[in-house]
Design a protein around this ligand. Sequence first.
Ligand SMILES: [Fe+2]
Ligand SMILES: [Fe+2]
Length: 288
Amino acid sequence: MEPLSDKAQITLKKIEGLKNLISIPKIIFEVSQAIKAEPGNVKKLARMIEKDQGLTTKVLAVANSPLYGLQKKVSSLEFALMLMGTEETLRIVTAISLSESLKIKSTKNFEYMEYWKHSMLVGMAARDMSIRLGFSDLFGEAFLAGMLHDVSIQVFAQYLPKEFEEIIAASKNNKKFFDCEKEILGVSHDYIGKLLVQKWKLPEVISETIEFHHIPSQAPNGKELSALVHLADSMTQEFLIGNCFWDKTLSFDGNVVEILNFKSAEEMVHFVSEYQEIFKDTAESIVF
Ligand SMILES: [Fe+2]
Ligand SMILES: [Fe+2]
């Protein structure tokens, strides 16, 4: 990687100075300790998560999303956890609470609900596609990386609002959002996302996926995972469902066809089109 520009170093200093940014939510430790101590005690786990109403609502929203694909509609957290299993519960709690730890109120330039729908759709679609495309060993990471792929946009909107506004203005003439971020901040959200995820001590494969979610073919190790997130991300634009403005100028990395073992681009387009209905239903099901 090229050395960081002066501008990038200033941005990184500003971000690193934000203390609450890298604190890992307590609930992640609590849930993982409880699973280790008593792996089968779903009741105890449910009581622990239920202390946080916002988290409970979101875990249930994931469980009940058509795209997540639990066979039954669940209203009790305990039942949802039983169906999902403890490992998956920990992943969902991790993704939600890390994203929530940066939660900001909606501003004129950032609509929290839009961001949330986008993250959930990308996480769930990447997970679902990993299973359907024969990469089921990646489904857990696909969900986590998909949920967190744009997490640093919240940091820009909340802590660098002036620069964020400048980026939005600069990207108005169909200029790539990603390039405008680099022009104004010296770095783009994929890079900052990677740093955050490293500070949160998530596995390297997640930070690499976030770094390369715009150009999966350049990912040094986890091309398949980056390609799954990239494809899910581009589906929100293709369908105009759960789409966010910063992804509008995203260019599609055509190497995804080969990386995900599609026989042809046409086959991939057909595969993608099968998701449109379920995206719509899932987006409608996400209400808090
Ligand atoms: Fe992105
Ligand atoms: Fe995105």
